[in-house]
Design a protein around this ligand. Structure first.
Ligand SMILES: [Zn+2]
Length: 272
């Protein structure tokens, strides 16, 4: 990536960050900020092996999905990556689907690399990282970083251990040997223990399995069902997300013998 483009991405990440609620250094809750950014956010536990997230424009909505079966810190990174696609790349009718390869930075695709760079700049801007190292970590300049320091960074910036190491290495705060040493220390002590030992947020290292879907989507699902575009099982599954059953919404259901409208237009659901 050219430095000119990197600068452009930093400027865009910075302007998104201005709309987010930030504590002393890190963004407090990027999920909540989606509302302010006017994105429709869907969170659902799709399973550990499924895709991590996607972004698409549907009618006038920017829809972002994140899989809550991945560790919370990774889900936050996925969300930041998807916001990157929205800000940098997406056009009407286009969509991005992300998995472990695109999110981990192993993809050679330029747009994926840009979205990852955007996410890093959004979650851990270099001046805030600098300030944190200077003001919060006592012996950083003399002794370098310990795995407990990385856990402190994780908790403040709401990022994973790996993301913290990546970013610190890219910002030349640690070299590859230090990174290796911290990686080994992490493997011995486990991230959950490290987070607890610094009074950090150990939830970052767990999957939230949270279900969060904008309520208006239920209307859309019912509409599709009423027009014979989706089977009853799909309706039931969607209702389950809201902890509802078919009986709870029976007043909204039409007689199913009715002729469908233009079926082609209706088929598809959320991701067409
Ligand atoms: Zn992507």
């Amino acid at each position: 990536m050219q430095e000119l483009r990197r600068r452009e991405i930093r400027i865009k990440a910075d302007s998104v960050r201005e709309k987010c609620k930030v504590s002393r250094y890190g963004i407090i809750d990027l999920f909540k900020d989606c509302e302010r950014l006017e994105y429709k956010l869907l969170r659902y536990p799709l399973g550990e092996k499924a895709d991590l997230g996607f972004t698409l424009i549907k009618e006038n909505d920017t829809v972002i999905f994140t899989n809550t079966s991945s560790h919370l810190s990774r889900e936050i990174f996925t969300l930041a990556h998807e916001i990157g696609h929205v800000i940098l790349h997406i056009n009407k009718g286009e969509s991005f689907i992300d998995d472990h390869i695109t999110i981990s930075g192993r993809s050679k695709d330029e747009k994926e690399q840009e979205a990852n760079y955007f996410a890093a700049c959004l979650l851990m801007p270099s001046d805030d990282v600098e300030r944190f190292l200077d003001l919060e970590l006592v012996d950083f300049s003399k002794q370098g970083l310990s795995a407990m320091d990385i856990a402190r960074i994780m908790s403040e910036f709401n990022v994973s251990f790996d993301m913290a190491l990546n970013r610190l290495e890219n910002l030349e705060k640690i070299n590859s040997n230090e990174r290796l040493r911290l990686d080994n220390e992490r493997n011995q002590k486990r991230v959950g223990n490290l987070l607890r030992s610094v009074g950090g947020n150990s939830k970052l290292n767990e999957a939230s399995e949270c279900i969060d879907i904008p309520y208006e989507y239920i209307e859309y699902v019912i509409y599709n069902y009423n027009h014979n575009a989706i089977p009853k099982e799909t309706l039931e599954r969607a209702l389950k997300c809201f902890r509802l059953t078919v009986d709870d919404i029976s007043d909204k259901l039409m007689d199913h013998a009715e002729e469908p409208d233009d079926l082609e237009d209706l088929i598809g659901g959320l991701t067409d």
